[in-house]
Design a binder for this molecule. Structure first.
Ligand code: MN
Length: 319
């Protein structure tokens, strides 16, 4: 599949690159690295995102070149959509007539592209972008390496998730050798939290409930909480990883109230419980150990619906 993607890069020009709304480290790191790789290969390339770059990723090389727009406003040689389960999740208008190259590592990807390169084994889309650079023969610069390394550490939980393989470390070594400053990247990604994020963490921990003899933990944050602590959307990203650190907990569930009274539900698991399959029941998706979906309120209804399904899946795994 990578061969067909390389063929598009070799035979076309004028590329746009995009990813999902509220981009994370893998989305941004992959987009910026691919832009720099295509440019080094002599192509014109732009990154167009519906949402601005979150504060913690503004230090990424070339992050200042991200164009924030709600639409693709010209016809491109091809539009790369990275790490995005469906075209709708880009939040962009203007897909009509575009040649879409869908590059992703999510099992739940809807294969909406003109060309689809889905590698569920890749630890991050950043790894797939790395392979593009290596097979195209583009020399890795420090800026490319920094972006790819950021994609990889954010998506592997700093090399802790099961997606991390010997190959991941070989790539990481290559990235460090080519100028990725691992300590500086960790500082800007993991040690630069705004106080509002830590405040939202306090609320989340206060609301935490243990269930199923300590195997399940769930918690919630309301719109009222977010207003009281001046929290932004970005401040509630990744919070759930902390409750998952509790010994004996297999599954963590986080209900976040959105402005329209709907609940965004994040699911994490530590073992063989497939939370992606649970999210898929509610038209969501993700990975086996990290997934999400959206449920209608009120809160009690959303909570009961989700937790009863989670518990039945957990019992299924035990049986
Ligand atoms: Mn990813």
């Amino acid at each position: 599949m990578i061969e067909q993607v390389l063929e598009i890069i070799r035979s076309r020009d004028r590329f746009a690159i995009t990813s999902h709304i509220r981009p994370d480290g893998d989305a941004l790191g992959s987009e910026l690295a691919l832009m720099l790789i295509l440019q080094a290969f002599g192509r014109t390339a732009v990154v167009v995102n519906r949402d601005p770059v979150p504060q913690r990723y503004r230090t990424l090389p070339a992050a200042d070149r991200v164009q924030v727009d709600a639409a693709l406003r010209e016809e491109y040689g091809a539009v790369f959509v990275l790490e995005c389960g469906s075209f709708e999740r880009t939040g962009l208008q203007g897909r009509e007539g575009q040649f879409v190259v869908n590059v992703d590592h999510h099992h739940s990807n809807a294969k909406y592209g003109t060309l689809n390169w889905i590698d569920e084994k890749a630890c991050a889309v950043g790894e797939m972008v790395y392979r593009i650079a290596r097979t195209l023969g583009v020399k890795l610069t420090a800026d490319m390496a920094t972006n790819i390394y950021t994609a990889v550490i954010t998506d592997t939980g700093s090399f802790q998730f099961e997606s991390t393989t010997a190959e991941t470390f070989r790539m990481a070594a290559d990235l460090a050798e080519n100028g990725a400053d691992v300590a500086a990247i960790a500082r800007s990604v993991f040690y630069s939290n705004p106080i509002t994020k830590v405040n939202s963490m306090m609320v989340m921990l206060n609301r935490m409930t243990l269930d199923c003899d300590g195997r399940l933990v769930w918690t919630t944050i309301t719109q009222e909480d977010m207003r009281r602590h001046n929290c932004m959307e970005d401040d509630v990203e990744g919070l759930l990883n902390f409750p998952l650190t509790i010994s004996g907990v297999d599954v963590a569930v986080f209900f976040r109230e959105l402005e329209n009274g709907v609940f965004r539900v994040s699911l994490r698991s530590k073992n063989s419980i497939d939370v992606c399959a649970i999210a898929a029941v509610f038209a969501g998706g993700g990975h086996r150990n990290a997934a999400g979906c959206t449920l209608a309120g009120p809160f009690e209804t959303a909570k009961n619906t989700m937790l009863s399904l989670v518990k039945s899946r957990m019992n299924g795994v035990l049986a």
